[in-house]
Write a protein that binds this ligand. Structure first.
Ligand code: SF4
Length: 536
């Protein structure tokens, strides 16, 4: 039998069982006295402490980046954020995704009861601010508030012959989930031409997958890949590849070689951290091959961001107590990632305090670093949609609008920010030009950049787009001095309009009021680099 990476990053040929459907009406947890606390610990640790293999990969990315570049600065903030999250047991990134559990259990374990215990632990972790409430009813748009709902959290069960229960957890946010991509070969790819039904064609797809993500998936990222299978199962198997450690070796020689080639060539494209242009674009590439239909040749790619949150536990099947951790050794101390706390300031940073004017914004240019002091409002998808039909609940004239869905908790009667990194701005492209024109917003903060319509509106209105560092949720939460209020709370905590007072909130001007966009420049330059991979 040829060994291949298959289910959940394990050397096996077993197939995953279908997900178990569940809702809030299921029976209670099974009588394992330690199960709830073990699962709660797994969720908390996964959300707040990156595994050692990801830390090593990010350490290499930081060490290899050119000092004093925007990418280097972004990696420094990321490293500081990783340390802060571990120190404070806070969410590394505010977007904790749809928690995805993979459970292997011996025959006889009550899967319905086990799933109930997982749901109970997920709800408690949400109540404690370790997970952001992320489960939204797709018909009504209502957030359940506790991460429970139809098919959330995601749980996959598989029976095995070992005398233990293994639980693995992946937290993967929406920004990188939206950059997953599936190719049906043969196909034509921008900058790369025809990708055929062979490994050369697969390689083109994977380089294209890194290029199309740019900074929107919070690069440097990692690819989980499935060659073959059908559309639905291929995506699932691609995600399962993310359960492999980043520094393992693929036992299939041609896949091992492909993984190595993708790592080398993707890191020559120049996407860089957050898409700022730089050396670190990819921290891992894990590929498996599954059989396919003669008529189909899919390449399914699960793109994960630098905030690669994945851990696991082996549990006693009688009590649910932790026998051991997967991916980490809790006895080993966790070394800090950053050389020093915070980001070294040069004194050339521009301090911005709202209300801002068009004249002020026109003095800024792409590449300037700004420090925001004073007030800002959060607003993401639901707020933007609301503003298309209704006037804002507060004046936005001269305001700073932050694309952010924070984790908030009420403590002692006051709202506290628990995590507050930027969300992917491109989703607001259909709305932002109108928001700028109608309401007078002068600075929009987010990550990954925006498109030509917003760029034109920035120029017309005398406004700028500021790129904050995606996933740096603890770092930015610490810049919040006070939560001044909240509007539109009925939209749910992440979607509400939070009124914040911040101190020295750093960001980089990546789209200015003169029609310049760093994102457009990097996309063009990396497109040329992508094309050059075919010239060899
Ligand atoms: S780091 Fe970026 S892509 Fe990843 S979950 Fe956070 S916001 Fe989303």
């Amino acid at each position: 039998m040829v060994e291949t990476w298959c289910n959940h990053g394990r050397l096996t040929s077993r197939r995953a069982a279908a997900p178990v459907s569940r809702d809030n009406e299921s029976p209670g947890p099974i009588p394992m006295q330690f199960l709830f606390s073990s699962l709660l610990e797994l969720i908390t640790e996964t959300s707040t402490n990156l595994p050692p293999d990801v830390r090593r990969a990010m350490g290499l990315a930081l060490a290899g980046e050119t000092p004093a570049t925007q990418s280097h600065q972004a990696l420094n903030i990321i490293a500081t954020n990783i340390d802060m999250a571990h120190e404070d047991e806070g969410a590394i990134c505010q977007d904790t995704g749809l928690p995805t559990f993979i459970v292997h259990a011996p025959a006889g374990v009550n899967q319905i009861g086990f799933a109930a215990a997982i749901r109970e632990a997920v709800a408690e972790a949400t109540r404690r601010g370790k997970l952001r409430p992320n489960s939204v009813d797709s018909l009504s748009g209502k957030n359940s508030g506790n991460n429970l709902g139809a098919e959330t959290p995601v749980i996959h069960f598989e029976q095995w012959e070992q005398d233990a229960i293994e639980v693995k957890l992946l937290l993967k946010g929406g920004g990188c989930e939206n950059k997953n991509i599936q190719y049906s070969l043969p196909c034509e790819l921008e900058h790369l031409g025809r990708a055929g039904r062979d490994l050369a064609g697969v390689k083109k797809c994977l380089l294209h997958a890194v290029w199309q993500a740019q900074g929107q998936g919070c690069a440097p990222g990692a690819l989980g890949v499935c060659i073959g299978s059908d559309r639905a199962h291929g995506y699932l198997l691609a995600k399962y590849q993310l359960f492999r450690t980043l520094d393992d070796s693929n036992p299939v020689p041609e896949l091992a070689q492909l993984e190595a080639e993708i790592m080398t060539e993707a890191n020559r494209l120049g996407v860089g951290a957050m898409g700022f242009g730089g050396k670190a674009s990819l921290i891992g590439c894990k590929i498996m091959a599954a059989n396919r239909l003669p008529a189909s040749f899919f390449v399914s790619v699960a793109y994960d961001c630098w905030a690669f949150r994945r851990l696991g536990l082996v549990l006693d099947p009688e009590t649910g107590a932790i026998r051991r951790w997967l991916y980490r050794d809790p006895e080993l101390p966790v070394a800090p990632m950053a050389a020093a706390e915070g980001v070294p300031l040069t004194g050339r940073e521009v301090v911005l305090t709202a209300p801002l004017t068009a004249a002020q914004m026109r003095t800024l240019k792409v590449g300037d670093v700004v420090l925001i002091r004073g007030e800002m409002y959060t607003g993401r998808d639901a707020v933007h949609a609301y503003l298309m039909k209704n006037p804002p609940p507060v004046s936005l004239d001269g305001a700073v609008l932050y694309h952010c869905g924070p984790v908030m908790l009420k403590e002692g009667g006051e709202w506290q920010v628990k995590a507050a990194g930027p969300t992917t701005s491109i989703r607001e492209e259909p709305y932002e030009p109108e928001v700028l024109r109608r309401y007078g917003v002068k600075a929009v903060i987010g990550k990954g950049g925006m498109g030509p319509q917003t760029l034109a509106a920035l120029k017309e209105c005398g406004a700028v787009y500021l790129n904050a560092i995606g996933g740096a949720a603890q770092y930015y939460a610490r810049t919040v001095e006070k939560v001044l209020g909240v509007n539109l709370l009925e939209l749910g905590i992440p979607e509400a309009m939070w009124h914040l007072r911040v101190k020295d909130f750093p960001a980089i001007v990546t789209m200015d009021a003169h029609g310049n966009s760093l994102h457009a420049t990097v996309e063009q330059e990396t497109g040329r680099a992508l094309a050059a991979t075919q010239a060899k």
